[in-house]
Design a protein around this ligand. Sequence first.
Ligand SMILES: Nc1nc2c(c(=O)[nH]1)N[C@H]1C(S)=C(S)[C@@H](COP(=O)(O)O)O[C@H]1N2
Ligand SMILES: [Mo]
Length: 348
Amino acid sequence: MNSDTFLPPLPYGEERSVVIGRSRGFHLKPPPAPAALRDFITSDAQLFETIHMGSVEVDAKRWRLQVDGLVHNPFSIDLDALKRLPSVSITAFHECFGSPLVPTSANLWRVGNVRWTGVPLAVLLEHAQLEAGATHVWSDGLDSGEFGGRSMNRYRKDLPLSKALSYEVLVAYEMNGKPLTRERGGPVRLVVPGWFGTNMTKWLCRLSVRGGRANSPFTTLWYNRDSEREGEVLREPVWSVEPNSLITHPAQGDTISADEVAVKGWAWSGNGIDGVALSTDGAATWLEAEVLPRREFEWQQFAATLPLPQTPGLVSIIARARDADGSIQPLSGTRNAAHSTQISWFLP
Ligand SMILES: Nc1nc2c(c(=O)[nH]1)N[C@H]1C(S)=C(S)[C@@H](COP(=O)(O)O)O[C@H]1N2
Ligand SMILES: [Mo]
């Protein structure tokens, strides 16, 4: 067993003592169909869940967060003290990288949009005072168990300091105005708006400032992908989210008896969506939708009224988002390939 897979107990005491429920094993709650995600804020009931080794029930009264590593002032803080620090609320889309991992015909759409409340990670790092040589913040979750043929006693991720110090990264204790539930990672989880869900460590117990990347199965073995830049293939962690979108109106299978159709949906990406184009003729011609500007990290609504083709029958509506850097959703072949909705229409 790799020595990094079993991590030593924390100095403030046996961390297992705060865990009062055992892991339940791999757990996935799928999201509803796109047409059921019409609300701007996704309710806890509708929001997907991805848990690798099993959720843990943490005793919030005994829980502490330890902040250590390359810092002048290592400390630990309990939940009451954390809640007394200035808090921030941020609305952000929330997407799992495994949605789907490989292109499939039935896209799982593991995505939603929620409001998180907590203390900016930057405030805690400021208090800890970074030492020279600090480059990353490692985050540990209290869950343990088996996943992918490995046995582990913590979930561990890392963030480069450039992101860790951004205002939007939160040590969060509320979602949609309510304390985080057990399944959401309560009492406290990391929230990294704009980046894939995998970076948002649940059941957070430790933040450690380090001079390099963490060597954990969740950082080096899984959640990496190859991307090509200037002819070179680079293996990169799944950090910022590429442009993606889904159509909420009309619903798959709807019947329309008018000569036009009102189309609406959500589009999102790590750095914000610039435009969404829609097609009803198999990507031959495109029409620009109206897209609401982004204020925080929320998903952005797009809307347009599209004329329907001359001949009644089946129509496929395709939505294609592009982000602020000009990156555009491919039509097929990638995990963020453009979504389409099929409707049937007859003459009014
Ligand atoms: N400790 C811990 N944190 C975790 C996970 C986990 O299994 N353990 N899963 C991650 C993944 S892959 C995702 S997509 C999000 C899902 O958060 P949610 O279940 O609240 O939607 O949590 C992330 N944080
Ligand atoms: Mo995920």
